[in-house]
Design a protein around this ligand. Structure first.
Ligand code: EPZ
Length: 430
């Protein structure tokens, strides 16, 4: 008997036509958790981070922290981390390739050890994902940077105060700069910074650790501290998971209540949902009710930095536009290649034309089920949403993309009345 190897890949079977009803709790934010996890490198003291979602990206970040010598325990959405003694300043290529946000380890390692060797974060399917702004801040702070054998070799003796105006508004660029400067006890000024809620959650944590950060418009003044303290922090809810479930409730003509949300982080999304015909009720500080009455109006959407319409919700709103009563336009201004879900939606009957950065979507009364392939995290979510409203059962493949950024999305949707099955496709190779 030859021993065979089984290669398995998971996919979802999404049955169309179910109206979603009921309550669901939103998980903690992936994009707030990742930088905050890296910030634990900045102190020798123990740190506790609550409401951390159980995701592939979080698992990757834990692996990275452990490789550098951080003691990490993660159970029941609470992460304990203690970076008493670090043993390595290297972020290996195979891990960085799995998760672009690995670059967020560079700032803390340089601040703590004065050295960081990080695999070059390649581009990804949605775009080049440059890091030139991250590196400019490091260089202005006195770091030497050499690219060798696919790695960034960075070193700095003593971090100098920095004055930098970001040429583009960059979320992780702002986060890396803040962590890099967090132990420099002279004042630095960063201009044209990103103000996403996830960035501000990191600011909250750095302040708890002893960093003095003033925020005035898109300018931040930072005065660090060579001895930073440990911290306890509860991560903000994931506004993108919340938006994804809100769209699901609306387009299925349902009535859903999202619990544990921060509606003030979702302003631009809720505006567009209302414009499309959704009834939105804000219940107290952290509950949201979304009702779909059946009629869906077309939209004009243009993605931009927070508080503008988030690029991470572009694919999900495109599904809404596919069945709107009229012609919609979506312009993607942040990433140069974030329309890969269009091909897959067209296989389901969507009428979408691409003109450069703009997609023109002619609404139809329904989509039809098909076998579709996820290409990136938010595209995979949009294909699940399309399956919810398509006639028949849609097969969504390559769902490892989905698991990077959504904790048990199919279970959350099923708890609202959807009918989604996670299957494993195993094939043997000799
Ligand atoms: C963060 O990515 C998020 N990831 C992304 O979420 C999100 O889509 C993006 O911000 C925009 O909101 C995390 O927070 C882990 P950027 P980031 O640097 O920081 C260009 C998801 O789905 N740029 O704000 O990598 C860049 O090429 C992910 O959860 C430079 O030119 O995005 C892009 O076109 C996907 N030079 C634009 O700026 C730089 O040095 C915005 O990128 C940095 C960025």
């Amino acid at each position: 008997m030859t021993n065979t190897t089984l290669l398995s890949s998971e996919f979802l079977l999404v049955e169309g036509g179910k109206r979603l009803k009921g309550k669901v709790k939103i998980s903690g934010s992936k994009n707030a958790s990742l930088p905050i996890m890296m910030a634990t490198l900045l102190t020798k003291e123990p740190c506790t981070v609550r409401n951390v979602p159980k995701l592939l990206d979080v698992k990757n970040a834990i692996e990275l922290l452990e490789i550098t010598g951080v003691n990490v325990k993660f159970e029941d959405h609470i992460l304990f981390a203690e970076a008493k003694e670090l043993k390595s300043y290297i972020a290996p290529d195979h891990l960085v390739r799995r998760m672009r946000a690995s670059i967020l380890i560079a700032g803390p390692l340089l601040a703590r050890l004065g050295k960081a060797v990080v695999g070059m974060p390649g581009g990804c399917s949605i775009g080049a994902r440059l890091i030139d702004q991250h590196l400019k801040v490091f260089e202005k702070g006195g770091a030497s940077i050499n690219i060798r054998n696919g790695y960034l070799h960075m070193e700095v003796k003593k971090i100098k105060p920095v004055e930098h105006t970001f040429e583009v508004i960059t979320v992780t660029g702002t986060e890396n700069a803040l962590m890099f400067l967090s132990r420099c006890d002279k004042r630095s000024i960063l201009r044209n910074v990103a103000l996403e809620p996830e960035v501000m959650d990191l600011v909250e944590v750095l302040r708890k650790m002893g960093v003095d950060i003033e925020v005035e418009g898109r300018t931040m003044v930072i005065k660090g501290n060579p001895e930073l303290k440990g911290f306890e922090h509860t991560v903000i809810p994931d506004r993108i998971e919340a938006g994804t479930l809100a769209v699901a409730g609306f387009i299925t003509g349902g009535d859903v209540i999202l619990e544990g949300v921060r509606p003030e982080h979702m302003g631009s999304q809720l505006e567009k949902l209302r414009e499309a015909g959704a009834v939105i009720e804000i219940i107290g500080l952290n509950k949201l009710r979304v009702i779909g009455k059946g009629k869906i109006y077309p939209l004009e959407i243009s993605t931009s930095e927070y508080p503008g319409f988030p690029t991470d919700m572009q694919a999900q709103f495109m599904v809404l536009c596919c069945i709107a009563d009229g012609v919609s336009q979506i312009t993607e201004n942040i990433f140069e290649n974030r329309f890969q879900h269009v091909n897959e939606l067209q296989r389901m009957g969507a009428n979408i034309k691409l003109r450069g950065k703009t997609a023109v979507i002619i609404g139809r009364d329904k989509l039809s089920a098909a076998e579709v392939f996820s290409t990136d995290l938010r595209a995979s979510a949009s294909l699940v949403l399309a399956g919810l409203i398509a006639e028949g059962t849609t097969v969504v493949k390559e769902i490892h993309h989905l698991d990077r950024g959504y904790e048990r999305l199919e279970e959350k949707l099923n708890s609202l009345g959807a009918s989604i099955k996670r299957m494993v496709h195993a094939r043997s190779i000799i």
